[in-house]
Design a binder for this molecule. Structure first.
Ligand SMILES: [Zn+2]
Ligand SMILES: [Zn+2]
Length: 127
């Protein structure tokens, strides 16, 4: 199985930094383009937003909607799960999708803690 070779980004800045190195499930570099159908930029191998309407609020747009009708900052959990399920179905059917990270999300927190210590960059040319 092909997985991402870069550490899972935890912030938008980290994501931007590794974006060009991300691959799909066939090992090809991911291409992020403006999608007229979704009216936002997303990876070309990803499902369109309208393909995963939110089970909670019914939104087919970039953002979920709050009860007030205003846009929510994050997707409802049910929509996140629906998106993952569609992704897995296509992956199982042999359609290229965004490759997953090798490590489960829980381990990332631990590694982020370790990252507080300086890396081997301290080593000089003599090392
Ligand atoms: Zn789209
Ligand atoms: Zn929603």
């Amino acid at each position: 199985m092909i997985v991402q070779t870069v550490p899972r980004p935890t912030t938008w800045a980290e994501y931007e930094a590794v974006k060009s190195q991300l691959v799909d499930t066939l090992g090809q570099p991911l291409v992020s383009e403006y999608c007229a159908r979704c009216r936002c930029e997303h990876f070309t191998v990803e499902p369109h937003l309208s393909e995963v309407p939110c089970p909670d609020c019914g939104s087919t747009a970039t953002r979920c909607l709050r009860g007030s009708g205003f846009e929510a900052a994050e997707w409802h959990q049910a929509r996140v799960e629906a998106f993952d399920q569609l992704r897995d179905e296509r992956d199982a059917a042999g359609v290229a999708q965004v490759a997953k990270w090798a490590e489960p999300a829980a381990l990332v927190v631990e590694r982020d803690t370790l990252d507080l210590w300086p890396e081997s960059s301290e080593r000089g040319p003599d090392a």
